[in-house]
Design a protein around this ligand. Sequence first.
Ligand SMILES: Nc1ncnc2c1ncn2[C@@H]1O[C@H](COP(=O)(O)OP(=O)(O)O)[C@@H](O)[C@H]1O
Ligand SMILES: [Mg+2]
Length: 380
Amino acid sequence: MVKILGIIGGGQLGMMITEAAKKMPEHISKIIVLDPTENCSAAQVGAEQIVADFKDKDAIIDLANKSDIITYEIESGDSDVLKSVEKNAEINPSPETLRIIQDKVLQKSFLLENDIPIPGFIKIEKIDDIKDNVKNFGFPVLLKARRDAYDGRGNFKIDSEDKIQKAFDYFKGQNLLLEKFVPFKMEVSVIASRNTKGQIKTYPLVENIHEENILRETIAPARVTEEVTKKAEQIAEKIMSVLQGAGTFGIEMFVTQDDNIVINEIAPRVHNSGHHTLQSSETSQFEQHLRAILGLELGGTKLIHNTIMYNILGTKEFEGEYQPLDISNDNLFLKMYGKRISKPLRKLGHFNLVGTNGESIDQLLQKLEILKEKTIVISA
Ligand SMILES: Nc1ncnc2c1ncn2[C@@H]1O[C@H](COP(=O)(O)OP(=O)(O)O)[C@@H](O)[C@H]1O
Ligand SMILES: [Mg+2]
């Protein structure tokens, strides 16, 4: 049966899901996104749009009435509202999976119960809970918002006793957790998918470089030993099998100083560190996500070329319309997200630098240095 796909969120992830969906006309006849920004990124590539807030109950009901199957690009959806419309449209990942993942305490408790390695953490309800627990954890520690965090905005690093009050006040009454700081060697991630029939596939381990808590670069594959890669991929598969959700997930991990893997967090959606798959892999993460939620056989996840993904971020201290970039060539694939206005560190696009001629990661990194200068966003 050909289906109408609803997507909550029409930013860049919704945009690239839409583009993948348009290449599957035998399975998907129409795409509708729900997004508050008029002419959002996904609408610019052919999705119909319901203009409304992500948490607007009536708009979600409307979307469910118009769609056969619903997915999302954001994790902040209201899982209760989604549960209530499950009779109108199939929702994947399921509202129950979303409910667990979107709350970092529920997520981490779930991982702990399933013997998945995570940093030590504890739920925080009052300031004394922090004071009591820093003694066990030792400085530094991270105070984190349980919900709706992104790009590090939900984290506060506490490195001494006298920062506790400031950290607590920063969150203005949000629900919190305290987490042990992991002095990691590297941040890595696995993009993993599970289809509605239970088939699981993972993409090879990639390396992520953050700047100011925002993903800047992904290096595929990660520069770690085979043993570390294997460990990470096995943990990702285990997470997918216990989680039971259908869809594509981004699993963020730390490689510790002694080469162990600790899970940082799971995103219940396609992930920025999977954008390289658009050109590097047999199947893109966006197509894979659709295959997963439609119950189709999952595509191959082999990495065909070494690839570096680089995010194009808005220049600091600049807000406004910006000059278009023109850098694409045979092995450089630029993808802009159609956002008219640049803001400091806003994700405006990315490019994939692909080793189509067998280039090594080192060779690609050298090329990247020159390209970085050509992708600085400036005023139009
Ligand atoms: N326990 C930790 N120890 C060390 N660094 C951490 C820890 N938790 C998070 N970080 C750093 O902060 C970044 C953002 O944290 P994360 O919990 O993933 O929040 P977000 O939801 O904003 O992505 C991580 O990518 C990592 O660099
Ligand atoms: Mg994160």
